[in-house]
Design a protein around this ligand. Structure first.
Ligand SMILES: C[S@@+](CC[C@H](N)C(=O)[O-])C[C@H]1O[C@@H](n2cnc3c(N)ncnc32)[C@H](O)[C@@H]1O
Length: 278
């Protein structure tokens, strides 16, 4: 474990680009209180797992991710044991990886697809989640010595999921559905730091700058009807412009931002808080 590794937080069971596990200490103190935490961009659920709200509305536009969460929520232990069976030395080679990736892309069995999603997440290159335009998962083999099966983390998720409803919609619908007494934590795909840093494709849909502006508008609207919103993003001039109605907080993060995951840089992150209108 590296010296910078946080130990007091619950770790998500999936690897996820842009996950907020390492910056929870900045985010959690800024979350307003409420009856229900709404996460329109749930990803690996780092915030869900590390908060204690009575209820949760957990959304992501990625249907494979949400189906996995629902399967784990419904079944718990039997599903965990079923998924673990894919983590064998025999399945940790290029040939088997591409066979199982094909199986993931063609099966109509939801349980099998959910288990294969975990297998791919831990065996593919950098734990990326990327699809082509036909919604086929297309990340290459990752060459890990002994991929970790996150059984312990899945059990924690299963226990927490009793308080959650998992949905798969566009963020705009979810923000409009947020109930009175709820609060929204929105963690969209990052605004690019520069023109070439485009790695925001988590589903077969792109998330573009229009999406970022729409999010700011929906946040402002939700706050006006009494639902506060906290948004995470890169700290860029564009972000400061679209979040100009919010209170802004910024902090620095150590991130690997290059394609090979080796180059590390300090990146400025922003939290935009839209307080509820009285
Ligand atoms: C930065 S990640 C969220 C990371 C998450 N907070 C975590 O800790 O793992 C952004 C997420 O937004 C989802 N997403 C992209 N476009 C979306 C949309 N239009 N509506 C809802 N979710 C979307 C992606 O699938 C991805 O999981």
């Amino acid at each position: 474990m590296s010296r910078t590794e946080p130990t007091r937080f619950v770790r998500p069971f999936l690897k996820w680009a842009g996950n907020k596990y390492r910056v929870l200490k900045h985010i959690l103190p800024e979350l307003p209180a409420g009856e229900c935490l709404v996460e329109p961009f749930a990803g690996s659920c780092a915030v869900f797992l590390n908060t204690d709200f009575p209820r949760y509305l957990i959304n992501d536009v990625n249907p494979d991710l949400i189906q996995l969460y629902r399967q784990l929520q419904k079944e718990g232990e039997p599903f965990i044991r079923y998924a673990q069976r894919l983590f064998t030395p025999r399945n940790n080679c290029e040939e088997r990886y591409y066979q199982l990736r094909d199986r993931f892309n063609t099966t109509t069995n939801r349980r099998e697809k959910a288990a294969l999603f975990i297998y791919l997440n831990r065996h593919c290159y950098n734990g990326l989640c990327r699809y082509n335009r036909s919604h086929r998962f297309n990340v290459p083999f990752g060459r890990y010595k002994r991929p970790y099966f996150p059984g312990k983390e899945m059990r924690i998720f299963h226990a927490k999921a009793k308080r959650a409803e998992f949905v798969c919609r566009d963020f705009r619908e979810i923000m409009e559905m947020a109930p009175a007494g709820g609060i929204i934590y929105a963690d969209p795909p990052y605004i690019p730091l520069n023109e070439t840093a485009h790695f925001t494709r988590y589903s077969s849909e792109e998330f573009n700058l229009e999406g970022q502006k729409d999010l700011a508008e929906h946040a402002s609207r939700a706050a006006r009807r009494g639902v506060p919103v906290l948004i995470s993003n890169h700290d860029t001039p564009f972000a400061r412009q679209i979040y100009r109605e919010a209170e802004l907080l910024h902090f620095q993060v150590q991130r690997s931002i290059s394609c090979n995951g080796k180059r590390r840089n300090e990146v400025a992150e922003l939290l935009a808080l839209y307080r509820a209108a009285d």
